[in-house]
Ligand binder design. Structure first.
Ligand SMILES: [Zn+2]
Length: 357
């Protein structure tokens, strides 16, 4: 089942932070290393030009430079900003914005494309080394750090954010059959966009699989392809992957358990050990036709082709299959599927044209 919220409109969303992921509260104390101070800066702040509120978290009493962003003032250490962020190196090489100083420090406007939250998230990474000592950042936080650090040409936090996202979209983890680790279509589209924009190959495999395995995605593709905010090359890749997965699935799902190539039963239950067991059909021949009939009747050919990594045909079709097939045959089929999951996941590197990451 696809999540009900994967609506068509959402596929049009440009890469913004997914609303489904709430930003967790920071640990207390870590959030307030400085005594909170708010309100306008007292003293000579010019003709209202620099009026703003001090940031609660990043206003260092011994700071030597002030950065303003969205009306919030940050008093920071120039040498640290220059050390990590190329954009600040370039900015500080220019004259300060005006003759005024704030708290005795020269003041600069941050790049306008920088978001306030993103700047704070990057500062948290740079200034508070323990902030992620006991927990991993959420996807929302990782994306925020990524975007802001790229804007600031702040490469160490950027690399860190890419590592976090690659862990959240782990290319080495086969998607769980129970969908407990599934990602939404919106998030998958966002991740493909981020991957292409900022070069994060580690997230691509899982993101592309989430899309190719989603019926909602293909429904939207059929009805309103331009609304999907992905490059044409990625859509072409997904179409090819859809065909490749369907072929892999077809080969597997029609393969009859415990049966040789001539259609003869290899099932012990059918050779007299269990004369009246559910595999009795094996003595009559016709195992292939019987199996194919079950697959088609249950809709397993079509349903499994969409998401073969997660589609356990034995589990899904057990009520019908148990009427004709013994436990040993069905177990063999399930074991084969589990092995195929590993094999198919490996083959997707070629299908998605990915270098092994
Ligand atoms: Zn059997």
């Amino acid at each position: 089942m696809q999540p009900a919220h994967t609506s068509k409109r959402a596929f049009e969303t440009q890469p913004i932070s997914p609303s489904s992921l709430k930003r967790p509260k920071l640990e207390p104390d870590i959030d307030t290393l400085e005594v909170p101070v708010s309100g306008p800066i007292p003293g000579p702040v010019g003709p209202g030009r620099w009026l703003g509120s001090r940031d609660h978290q990043f206003w260092y009493s011994d700071g030597n430079i002030v950065i303003r962003l969205e009306g919030v003032l940050f008093k920071l250490h120039r040498s640290r900003l220059e050390r990590y962020c190329t954009t600040f190196c370039e900015l500080f090489a220019t004259k300060p914005d005006g003759d005024e100083t704030i708290d005795g420090c020269p003041a600069y406007e941050a790049p306008p494309e920088l978001s306030l939250q993103g700047f704070k998230d990057v500062l948290a990474v740079l200034e508070e080394p323990l902030i992620y000592a006991n927990r991993r950042p959420s996807q929302l936080e990782a994306i925020s750090v990524l975007r802001a650090s790229e804007t600031l040409q702040c490469w160490q936090p950027s690399r860190l954010a890419k590592t976090w996202l690659s862990e959240l979209w782990d290319a080495n983890a086969i998607p769980s059959a129970d969908r407990s680790d599934a990602h939404s279509v919106q998030d998958a589209i966002l991740m493909v966009q981020l991957s292409r924009t900022f070069d994060i190959p580690g997230v691509l495999k899982r993101a592309l699989y989430e899309l190719v395995s989603s019926q909602d995605f293909w429904d939207t593709f059929a009805k309103d392809r331009p609304s999907i905010a992905l490059a044409e090359e990625d859509l072409t890749l997904l179409l090819a992957a859809r065909i490749a997965l369907a072929e892999m699935w077809q080969d597997f799902v029609f393969d009859v358990p415990s049966t040789n190539k001539g259609g003869r039963s290899l099932c012990l239950s059918g050779l007299g050990f269990k004369k009246h067991g559910p595999c009795s059909r094996s003595l009559e021949g016709g195992r292939m036709a019987s199996w194919a009939g079950s697959v088609l009747r249950g809709g397993h050919l079509k349903s499994g082709a969409r998401d073969p990594l997660r589609y356990n045909v034995v589990e899904r079709g057990k009520e019908d299959l148990k009427l004709m097939w013994c436990d040993a045959c069905l177990q063999e089929k399930e074991v084969e599927w589990k092995a195929k999951r590993v094999e198919w996941w490996g083959e997707l590197d070629k299908v998605f044209k990915l270098e092994r990451v």
